[in-house]
Design a protein around this ligand. Structure first.
Ligand code: BTN
Length: 322
């Protein structure tokens, strides 16, 4: 570990001023080495307050950082991280890593922006710099009955719980994977499976989540401004940093993932649904149909009052309330 990383760890642990001498003694390095480490951390974007004759103090800032995330992470979780300022897509990075025999899983890939963020049906997912959370989790899978729909549903609950607990915004979920606040989409989830070519079994699972956390809505492309929203107003009020949010989301995600097939979160999902009891238009592989949503079952499937059950598709329009 570099001296700068060790200095950061000590400052994060202390959450108060530590003098240059204390840091130097603790790490067995010179005060000049500590000073250089502080300079390099500040250049990387960490906010470190420096007071003459008192020392240094870490201030939780905007920079995404593994060390800050780890402070709030459940210590029982053994996760590996990659954090980028920019990347094509965090899901793509996980697909690449899935092929790497040396990889360590679970791997969490996070980026401050994406150049080719994408969602379902290959649609682009706007991922502007400075404020969004673009995060993908790469998992090994040995379950032949892996259920991507239900895992997406569990992920929607993990994000919803984290938003409601930390940011105090009331969430609604539009089947299957959109989380809305004040009627606008603020979270998208894309779950992908990576199959083994020979066995055709899903060997890896990628759960990608995009959250418009502190994103300035004026940075969204014109064509999605009507539908896309941001948690910015709520996150500024709550003062919860992206790092803290990410750690709490990961804690929720992994606690649900352990046993997601038991679907114990489905009552919570139904309680947040904006789709149950409505007349909707549904798009499936380019085919549009209409129906009345009776419920969402414990497999995460849409159940229409006609008796039809849909495991996939997209609700494109919510027409009326009961
Ligand atoms: C959707 O709304 O259709 C799903 C959007 C998923 C976006 C996230 S952002 C992080 C990860 N990387 C991607 O390229 N996509 C997912």
């Amino acid at each position: 570990m570099k001296t700068s990383e060790k200095v950061l760890q000590l400052l994060l642990k202390k959450q108060a001023f530590l003098s240059g001498q204390e840091l130097a003694d603790e790490l067995n390095v010179s005060r000049t080495a500590v000073w250089k480490a502080i300079q390099s951390l500040q250049e990387e974007g960490y906010q470190i307050e420096s007071k003459p004759r008192i020392g240094y103090r870490y201030i939780e800032g905007l920079k995404l950082s593994e060390a800050s995330i780890r402070r709030f992470l459940n210590p029982e979780l053994d996760l590996n991280f990659e954090i980028y300022d920019t990347i094509d897509s965090t899901n793509n990075r996980c697909s690449q890593k899935a092929m790497d025999p040396e990889k360590k899983t679970p791997l969490v890939v996070i980026s401050d922006s994406q150049k080719a963020g994408h969602g379902r049906y290959g649609r682009p997912f706007a991922s502007p710099v400075g404020g969004g959370i673009y995060i993908s989790i790469l998992l090994d899978n040995d379950d032949p009955d892996f259920n991507p729909g239900l895992l997406t549903t569990a992920t929607a609950i993990a994000v919803t719980r984290t938003i409601e607990k930390l940011v105090h915004a009331r969430c609604e979920i539009k089947w299957v994977n959109d989380v809305l606040v004040d009627g606008k989409k603020i979270v998208g989830i894309l779950t992908e499976g990576v199959a083994d070519l020979e066995t055709q079994l899903i060997k890896h699972v990628i759960v990608g989540t995009g959250i418009n956390y502190l994103t300035d809505p004026s940075k969204f492309p014109e064509e999605i401004r009507q539908r896309a929203g941001s948690l910015r107003r709520y996150t500024l009020d709550s003062g919860v940093s992206r790092n803290t949010f990410i750690a709490n989301y990961l804690n929720e995600f992994f606690s649900l993932y352990q046993n997601y097939k038991a679907a114990s979160f489905m009552d919570e999902y139904r309680a947040h649904s904006n789709t149950i009891g409505k007349d909707v238009t549904i798009n499936r592989s380019g085919q549009t149909s209409e129906g009345h949503v009776a419920t969402i079952d414990n497999q995460g499937r849409l159940v229409l009052s006609s008796g039809e059950t849909l495991a996939s598709g997209e609700v494109t329009k919510i027409i009326s309330t009961d």
